[in-house]
Write a protein that binds this ligand. Structure first.
Ligand code: GDP
Ligand code: MN
Length: 361
């Protein structure tokens, strides 16, 4: 999952990585006391070139630019928010990034004096200008290591401690956040000799979601909307499962007991309460007699699924539900369902049978 620049910078701040002063907005602003840069918050690279980075000296000018950006698409992505930041007097731009080198099975730190341009471009034209360092994940990454890495870089020695400090902190962000990619392009050296992160990219590993609260990030709710696979059919029993195979087997089971599936809906792996609610609401857009929910919880948690079911069921007292649910947090999930009077089965035959009995009685 990709974080927006402003979200990544909030995290950087917690790690004391210096970032420009600024705020996020989706409307015009009241006042301004210094020149600013206005940055479209879209998850695409090369925003600057695509017209997503604008400058303003006065409040009127800033509002003009804010309006301009908010009406724009940058490389096909609609701008919903802009980041307004103090304009930094730039002397130099460096590149700093960390990702996983799958071949080496280690995180790799990359640094280049060719900042402010796309790193892929530098890799093509001036590969010797990119320094790479593979981190041993089994020993601690210490500040002196960061300073050593930069000794090979063509930068003035007085800048080394400042850039190394950012590198060290950025590695901790990468590690703590389960990063797939973290980038500061550019790390700016200001005219008065400070080093700061003028841009921020942070992609986190979705599979590490259980260690974090990803719900706080914008992309999380957007991803959800597309998270399930849905195929409409001509029957009247909604079928929801997690995983395509299990969902297909559930449809067979409904058929076996005389029902006709109204849909195939696979909520996928790691579905949470929100996903389940959206899936149920999707099925309930049509006039179904009953819904069969079949969940084998691994990464998915039964209690999350149960909460989603209960939430939606409250609004649809006339629709019959049967749930087969087992796996992670089964006890908690079962408790939530029984407290709310929803039949709960451990076997899918049992659940399908019960559902069809309820419908036919
Ligand atoms: P990107 O195009 O999506 O990578 O957006 P960046 O945030 O990296 O901005 C692109 C370029 O705009 C940077 O490389 C800088 O050259 C320039 N820029 C961004 N912020 C500032 C600023 O505060 N001051 C100045 N002078 N230039 C800036
Ligand atoms: Mn950039």
């Amino acid at each position: 999952m990709k974080l927006h620049e402003y979200e990544a910078k909030e995290i950087f701040k917690k790690y004391k990585i210096p970032v420009p002063e600024g705020f996020i907005t989706s409307t015009e602003i009241e006042k301004l006391n210094k020149p600013v840069v206005i940055k479209a918050q879209v998850l695409v690279g090369g925003r600057g070139k695509a017209g997503g980075i604008l400058f303003a000296d006065t409040v009127d000018e800033a509002n003009e630019k804010i309006k301009e950006l908010l009406n724009k698409d940058i490389k096909g992505e609609k701008v919903e928010k802009v980041l307004v930041e103090e304009k930094i007097p730039i002397e130099k731009e460096y590149y700093l990034g960390i990702t996983i080198d799958r071949a080496e099975r280690k995180p790799v730190i990359m640094f280049s004096t060719e900042g402010g341009v796309e790193i892929e471009e530098v890799a093509k034209t001036n590969p010797e200008k990119i320094i790479k360092y593979h981190v041993n994940p089994q020993s601690e990454f210490l500040p002196y290591i960061a300073r050593n890495i930069l000794k090979d870089a063509d930068i003035p020695s007085k800048e080394i401690p400042k850039v190394a400090d950012i590198m060290y902190k950025l590695y901790n962000v990468f590690k703590d956040m389960d990063g797939m990619l973290v980038e500061i392009n550019p790390v700016v050296i200001t005219e008065d000799g400070r080093a700061l992160a003028a841009d921020a990219v942070l992609n986190v590993d979705d599979d590490a979601y259980y260690r974090h609260d990803y719900t706080q990030f914008e992309e999380f709710s957007k991803k959800d909307k597309l998270e399930f696979a849905y195929v409409e059919l001509d029957g009247d029993i909604g079928v929801i499962g997690n995983g395509a195979g299990l969902t297909l087997a559930s449809m067979d089971m409904v058929k076996e007991y005389g029902g006709n599936p109204a849909c195939f809906l696979d909520i996928g792996g790691g579905a949470n309460e929100e996903t389940v609610k959206k899936a149920l609401e999707k099925v309930l857009e049509r006039d179904v007699k009953g819904i069969f929910i079949n969940v084998l919880a691994g990464i998915t948690r039964c209690d999350e699924v149960a909460k989603g079911i209960v939430e939606v069921l409250k609004k649809h007292p006339n629709v019959k539900f049967a749930v087969r649910m087992m796996g992670t947090n089964e006890e908690e999930g079962r408790k939530i369902l029984t407290e709310n009077g929803i039949p709960f089965e451990r076997s899918m035959e049992g659940a399908a049978k019960k559902l069809m009995e309820m419908i036919n009685s």
